[in-house]
Design a protein around this ligand. Structure first.
Ligand code: DGL
Length: 195
């Protein structure tokens, strides 16, 4: 493996830039090739079959850039395609679901965790499975927030419409007495100040 080669990072759009920023902070000497699939965003409303197809295409593209490893900076793609794609390629490929689950388990004190994510990610049940595989006594409450992704892609982070939608989505979770909220979509991390 060529150590000077870049790391490939991808997401369905701009959300994965939060992951790229963190990689740059932690290992500043690494080069990064970022791919945001803004032509086909959102992934959250698509089927597993389609998401695997998109991820396979992106991975092939990144391989043409001679990347030495790939970070799937998208929870939806990690939940649906990581297991399939890691069997098909010969370089390390890392998703975001497992690290997110570990952080959520470490953060909760009352054992009640909220998970917000795309429709597809919530349907996959992946975050709940990982969290409960680390601690089966934890209660996990999931909520899909499909309107967040287009709002972020449109740059509407500080807008009363966004606040109103966030209140509606999160109201249900607040009633579950959660003490921590796991933002299981990289787009949502850009909304931290609103949520
Ligand atoms: N940012 C992605 C995630 O982490 C997906 C957003 C979308 O395309 O629906 O799940």
């Amino acid at each position: 493996m060529n150590n000077q080669a870049p790391i490939g990072v991808f997401d369905s759009g701009v959300g994965g830039l939060t992951v790229a920023r963190e990689i740059m902070r932690q290992i500043p000497n690494e080069k990064i090739v970022y791919f945001g699939d803004t032509a086909r965003v959102p992934y959250g409303s698509k089927s597993q079959f389609t998401i695997i197809r998109f991820v396979r295409q992106i991975v092939r593209f990144l391989e043409t850039k001679d990347v030495k490893a790939i970070v799937v900076a998208c929870n939806t793609a990690s939940a649906y395609a990581l297991e399939t794609i890691e069997r098909e390629i010969h370089i390390p490929i890392i998703g975001v679901v497992k690290p997110g689950a570990r952080t959520a388990v470490a953060a909760t004190e009352n054992g009640r965790i909220g998970v917000i994510a795309t429709d597809a990610t919530i349907r996959s049940g992946m975050h709940t499975r990982y969290i409960q595989s680390l601690n089966p006594d934890l209660a996990v409450y999931g909520k899909a927030c499909p309107l967040f992704v287009p709002l972020v892609e449109e740059g509407m982070l500080h807008d009363h419409v966004t606040e109103e939608i966030a209140n509606r989505y999160l109201d249900e979770l607040q009633k579950q007495d959660i003490d921590s909220l796991n933002l299981c979509c990289t787009h949502y991390t850009l909304m931290r100040t609103v949520i």
